[in-house]
Design a binder for this molecule. Sequence first.
Ligand SMILES: Cc1cc2nc3c(=O)[nH]c(=O)nc-3n(C[C@H](O)[C@H](O)[C@H](O)COP(=O)(O)OP(=O)(O)OC[C@H]3O[C@@H](n4cnc5c(N)ncnc54)[C@H](O)[C@@H]3O)c2cc1C
Length: 518
Amino acid sequence: MMKKILIIGGGFGGVFTAKYLLKALPKSISNDVQIELISQHNYFVFQPLLPEVSSGIINPHDAVSPLRTLIPKIKHRLARVQYIDTKNNKVQVLQGRNKKLIEIEYDQLVIACGQKSQLNLPGFAQHSFSMQNLSDAFLLRNHVLKCLELADVTLDKKLKQHALTFVTAGAGFSGVETLGELQDMVKRALKYYPNISLNEAQFILLQRGERILEQLPESLSAYAHKKLLKRGVDIRLHTGVARANRDYIETSEGEKIHTLTTITTIGSAPLDFIQRGFELQRGKIEVNTQLQVLGHSNIWALGDAALIPMHNTKGETEYAPPTAQFAVREAKNLAYNLSQHLTGKTLKPFKFNPLGVMASLGAYQGVAQIYKLRLSGIVAWAMWRALYITKVPGNIAKIRITLNWVMDYFFPRTLVQIDTDKNELVEYMHFSKGDVICQKEEVIGYFYLIVSGSVLCENEQGSHTLKSQQHFGADKQKQKNHHDFQISALEQTKLLCIPWQNFALLRQDFKQFDGLFE
Ligand SMILES: Cc1cc2nc3c(=O)[nH]c(=O)nc-3n(C[C@H](O)[C@H](O)[C@H](O)COP(=O)(O)OP(=O)(O)OC[C@H]3O[C@@H](n4cnc5c(N)ncnc54)[C@H](O)[C@@H]3O)c2cc1C
């Protein structure tokens, strides 16, 4: 009978598991196995290059590879996972423009969905940038250019200073790399902004720990610190962040730093559907050394989402770090074990000695440790690029990225600022007679007020009509996420629509408004 392997996630863990599975599955069973990969994007993101996307060295399109060309033999489903029903071996996903809820069955499940940025401090979700996916990098780049445009023309000195203050919270790899690249980008761009001088731009790196790049040996971390200081970065150790407001952030010391740009790289957190479906340890799904989720012999997990024990030479338990390097090795091990599991053979524990670590500081500077060799400066930076290009999956992506680097070396970067602001708080939608606005059982995505026209709500129990100034979609509760009715336009109808998250905030904080819907 056909067996289905379902992989959640099109990042390092998911894509490489799929690739290795195609090789690992023996011919005797490969015709009876279907592999499907679900991802909320139809492309693979090479996350280590995101800081270079945010600084405009690499075009957003060139830092990603379409999953369909990367793993053409794997069935791909563009959808967002909502829930894993481990009792019935089903995954619930939202799919398509109307976010229809679909259930997909599996025999074997591989969870490689990564984590989300930790933005749970007050105000950070609204007033800071994260650096996790392509849109984060794209938004940050456009925002920084917008700040430069503003600083160049405003007569308000304070506003100019705030627009030219760039704060990064968290001095791990992604924080340091993003700030380093950003500073380089601003420096190069200022040539074209005659009213801004370089010393007006301020770059602040906040680190709660006692040194930056704590993953690196002390000597390399000290080298990076010295280099960044020399470039004018204001590094503040033992300083965390407490809250973010529209115009400033507050540090753990109570200091207010006025800025229009805060980048948060202070850690990651489990995705909501993982939190709902599993008991977590350290915010991750606990697996055994063979990468099987504890208590579920047909569910596997790897990458940033998984807590993977490894035994060191002293027999002590350590956990695999959340890096791309590890995720790729875990994928190889997982594909082997899954194939062994399907053929009733012995599984092997995950072991890996990393090759080393490296980080770019921007402006042709880097730090690296390869086995016992420690490198810094331009040599480390060149090695960083050389190694990463070999790791980018897909030859076309490799060529594109190399061309981006060459272009960046010889030519100025583009200063095109694309307006990314979209007023999503309220929008109008128009429907003609007979148009279905919401399907029954569809997830409630908006609150709808009928501005003009009328709609028919119908289900098996009956139907009713709603007219101008009546509304629907207000009653989404934790228990009830879906429309009970199919709702369609009875005539030309104009609706005022508020995305549900925004509507929920209004109800939560504006009690009189909330009272309208009791
Ligand atoms: C800025 C930055 C720089 C980094 N630099 C380095 C580096 O230099 N070296 C290094 O080794 N590591 C680096 N890392 C870490 C590395 O990128 C991660 O460890 C690695 O990506 C983890 O792989 P993963 O497959 O677990 O998760 P990811 O690569 O994050 O992939 C998760 C996948 O799941 C999908 N997904 C998420 N939620 C859902 C959902 N609900 N439904 C469907 N699909 C979903 C996502 O779209 C994505 O395709 C960096 C990370 C960042 C953010």
